[in-house]
Ligand binder design. Structure first.
Ligand code: MF3
Ligand code: CO
Length: 250
């Protein structure tokens, strides 16, 4: 069963989500050549202390060791912040961050350039972000989970990019991961029917080359098998009678 949230619960998810967005904003503004992903995660942790009661959602989740995921270039998701990963001009970096506040979770991800980046990297980021919003547009009562998946897939494949299969979006609320799973590929009309009060984290991970990924020896960092660039954007979104309500907005 997909949990249906009350308006009050959705406001609690929005409160957690707003903390996520504010912290991501500070982290993004700290990007510069020479900074390490470790330093960026320290910034996120320090910022989090400004919100009493807020807890990082990822630290300790299935043993994940950090609060912030930092995935550079061919890293798709779950990159572990490291003192030895130094950003350089031309890189792209994906941040994924989640917060538990007042019993509810918020979850968001963004990909950003480090200094000046190639035109093809800019296009990958733009298309991935647009695909996220194409998926979100489908989040109206009566549509299905597959309508979201298909909107994302058809947008990105039109550019010759591929959709990561191994990681999917998810329901979110009292748990970080709830039903349903929301793949970024699929067919219109398939899957669960969407109802007002459902809240989902939609998170396309899009590769410039093939869709296959592999896991590095650290046990977490997923990279593209062909080492092509990858981008990731994520919003936590409520289905409402008035249409999709993006909770991870400033
Ligand atoms: N946004 C990702 C997800 O929902 C982040 C999980 S990070 C983890 O799965 F490292 F904690 F797994
Ligand atoms: Co997520």
């Amino acid at each position: 069963m997909i949990p249906i949230k009350t308006k009050e619960e959705i406001e609690k998810i929005r409160a957690a989500s707003r903390i996520v967005v504010q912290i991501l904003d500070v982290v993004i503004r700290s990007i510069e050549p020479g900074v390490t992903t470790w330093e960026l995660s320290e910034i996120a942790e320090k910022e989090l202390t400004r919100f009493p009661g807020a807890v990082p959602a990822f630290k300790g989740y299935r043993g994940y060791p950090a609060s912030l995921c930092t995935s550079v270039n061919e890293a798709v998701v779950h990159g572990i912040p490291s003192r030895s990963v130094v950003l350089k001009e031309g890189d792209i970096i994906s941040f994924d961050f989640g917060v538990l506040m007042g019993g509810y979770y918020g979850d968001s991800a963004v990909t950003r350039p480090v200094g000046r980046v190639s035109k093809k990297a800019r296009k990958l980021m733009k298309v991935t972000r647009r695909a996220l919003h194409k998926g979100i547009e489908q989040m109206v009562p009566g549509n299905t989970r597959g309508d979201i998946s298909h909107a994302i897939q058809s947008h990105v494949e039109g550019y010759g990019y591929s959709v990561v299969r191994e990681f999917v979006g998810h329901g979110i609320g009292k748990s970080l991961h709830e039903e349903p799973q929301v793949p970024n590929f699929g067919n219109p009309g398939e899957g669960e029917v969407l109802r007002a009060g459902m809240v989902m984290a939609i998170e396309p991970m899009i590769n410039m080359g093939g869709w296959e990924v592999e896991c590095l020896d650290d046990g977490w960092t997923a990279v593209t098998k062909d080492r092509s660039l990858s981008a990731h954007f994520e919003h936590t979104v409520a289905v409402t009678e008035d249409g999709p309500d993006i909770l991870t907005l400033p």
